[in-house]
Design a protein around this ligand. Structure first.
Ligand SMILES: [Zn+2]
Length: 99
């Protein structure tokens, strides 16, 4: 008798597991925050395609680390091991907002 030791990942409707080829949002880094709290350039969502997904099982709760091909208006760039964040933190990814 073989027994599966892998637990099913807990997937909530709002937090699907990312897979290669899915389109997510990457948050660009804004310019440094000025003394008065304003920013010349605010962090912005960019469309990005998932290129790899980390197999780190510890990341289930926070959303897996992914690598992305980021589609900027002026060109592509590639980022590795990005963490998930629902907050618009520069350098993080999230699922595209439903509008
Ligand atoms: Zn977004």
């Amino acid at each position: 008798m073989s027994e599966h030791k892998h637990a099913h990942p807990h997937v909530t409707p709002t937090q699907p597991v990312p897979t290669v080829g899915r389109v997510v949002h990457y948050v660009s880094h804004g310019s440094p925050v000025l003394p008065d709290g304003s920013q010349m350039y605010r962090p912005e969502c960019r469309a990005a395609i998932v290129t790899t997904v980390s197999n780190d099982s510890d990341s289930e709760q926070t959303g897996a680390d992914v690598s992305l091909a980021v589609l900027n208006p002026t060109g592509l760039f590639f980022q590795e091991n990005l963490r998930h964040s629902e907050e618009p933190v520069g350098g993080s990814w999230h699922w595209p907002e439903r509008v």
